[in-house]
Design a protein around this ligand. Structure first.
Ligand SMILES: Nc1ncnc2c1ncn2[C@@H]1O[C@H](COP(=O)(O)OP(=O)(O)OP(=O)(O)O)[C@@H](O)[C@H]1O
Ligand SMILES: CC(=O)N[C@H]1[C@@H]2OC[C@@H](O2)[C@@H](O)[C@@H]1O[C@H](C)C(=O)O
Length: 378
């Protein structure tokens, strides 16, 4: 066993709904002990600023550029993360000298794997100064420099969880972890420990955009709106026939790769129902590229709280003989898993261990990654 470190992971995902924080004790390998976690929601005004930041980021051609208000946004985002860390440590009685490292994801504002360009805003040095803790950040860049898609990075953590659950007799491979966030991604862990991962399609983003534009609400809580509607097959087909699903090569997605329907395309309810169906069908369709059908799908991320998505995923997976379980049914935490993963990745980075593999991002060889900001350096 390697050196066990105490790490905090910070995730601000593509849904831009807030900051997830989680504490982990780990050696970056098989030893994983999950600690407390929390979510700190963004207020609607900051969420709007992030959305504007995504627009401004469209003109970026090299990853250091911060056009428009992006530099100011990066500073504010970082200070919000520092505040989240401080609140989290206060609420859980954790002293900063008890934490060895923070894994800081930042906010993805642009992701164009075909141009080898991925930009996560987040100022590691500022966060180190504010928290007094060493930071590992910018963990996607090195993967891209070595020919990878820069995403997904969570698979190595899924693999550690699966290995431990299999050893405890709680799980039988092959198994798939699905994260239904703004975008959905899946990790396949084969019986021989083989690891395959990729983005599987639009997650909640289209549903969020649809209900925001037509009902002025940020998301379809509990799938209430979708449950009143019907699937419109033509509209669903329009998404599911996208070349993303049939291409030979799996590629990672940007939030803007799929667009929400036009208002005239559907009623509020039918639109929400159809997009929930698309979210589930995209996962099953993408899983068709795996070497074997998994026995189970373990679902994490906010989409698992939408029973319409879960119902569709359950019935479609069943036709292939697979069960669908929420992360909680396996004793995991579906809200904090990404933040836990960023804590785990920070420790792996510190130990020089690989973060990504040819099977997870298409990188040429397993590579580590991350930049460091040491709190004593200033
Ligand atoms: N109670 C709920 N009912 C229905 N949907 C929900 C509920 N809670 C959260 N969601 C959905 O989950 C989304 C947030 O998911 P999550 O926090 O996993 O995304 P993320 O981490 O930002 O994204 P990504 O994994 O793509 O980076 C919300 O935008 C919403 O659409
Ligand atoms: C570029 C980027 O931020 N991608 C995110 C996004 O959100 C889900 C999916 O698209 C995944 O590829 C990734 O996040 C997860 C946490 C990952 O890297 O594992």
């Amino acid at each position: 066993m390697g050196k066990i470190m105490t790490a905090i992971g910070l995730m601000s995902g593509t849904s831009m709904d807030g900051i997830d924080v989680a504490l982990l004790r780990t050696d970056g390998d098989a030893f994983v002990e999950r600690g407390p976690s929390a979510g700190y929601a963004y207020d609607p005004r900051f969420r709007d600023r992030l959305k504007q930041g995504l627009e401004e980021a469209k003109s970026i051609t090299s990853r250091e550029q911060r056009p428009g208000s992006l530099a100011e946004l990066e500073r504010e985002l970082t200070l919000r993360h520092a505040e989240a860390v401080q609140t989290f440590m206060r609420n859980n009685n954790i002293k900063s000298d008890a934490v060895d490292i923070i894994g800081f994801h930042g906010q993805t504002v642009l992701h164009r794997p075909d141009d080898a360009l991925t930009v996560q805003i987040g100022d590691g040095a500022l966060l180190a100064r504010e928290t007094g803790i060493d930071i590992v950040y910018d963990m996607r860049a090195n993967d891209m420099e070595h020919g990878g898609q820069g995403a997904p990075l969570i698979p190595v953590y899924h693999a550690a969880l699966a290995r431990n659950a299999t050893a405890d007799g709680k799980l039988e491979a092959p198994v798939v972890f699905v994260n239904i966030g703004g975008i959905s991604n899946l990790t396949y862990i084969g019986a021989d420990d083989g690891l395959i991962a990729y983005d599987s399609g639009p997650g909640n983003t289209l549903i969020d955009q649809w209900v925001e534009a037509h009902a002025g609400i940020p998301f379809d809580q509990g799938g209430m709106i979708a449950s009143e509607g019907s699937v419109l097959p033509e509209l669903a087909e329009r998404y599911l026939l996208n070349p993303f699903f049939s291409a030979d090569r799996r590629r990672s997605l940007d939030r803007n790769d799929f667009a929400a329907p036009e208002g005239k395309d559907a009623s509020l309810e039918d639109g929400a129902r159809t997009l929930a169906y698309v979210t589930a069908a995209a996962i099953v369709k993408s899983a068709g590229h795996l070497p074997t059908t998994p026995r189970a799908y373990i679902v994490c991320g906010g989409g698992r709280l939408n029973p319409v998505i879960m119902g569709d995923l359950g019935s479609q997976a069943k036709t292939h003989g697979a069960n669908v379980l929420s992360a909680e049914a396996m004793g995991f935490n579906g809200d904090s898993m990404e933040a836990e993963a960023w804590a785990y990745l920070a420790v792996r980075a510190r130990e020089g261990l690989p973060l990504t593999y040819p099977g997870t991002t298409g990188v040429r060889q397993p590579v580590t990654g991350g930049k460091y900001a040491l709190h004593g350096a200033h």
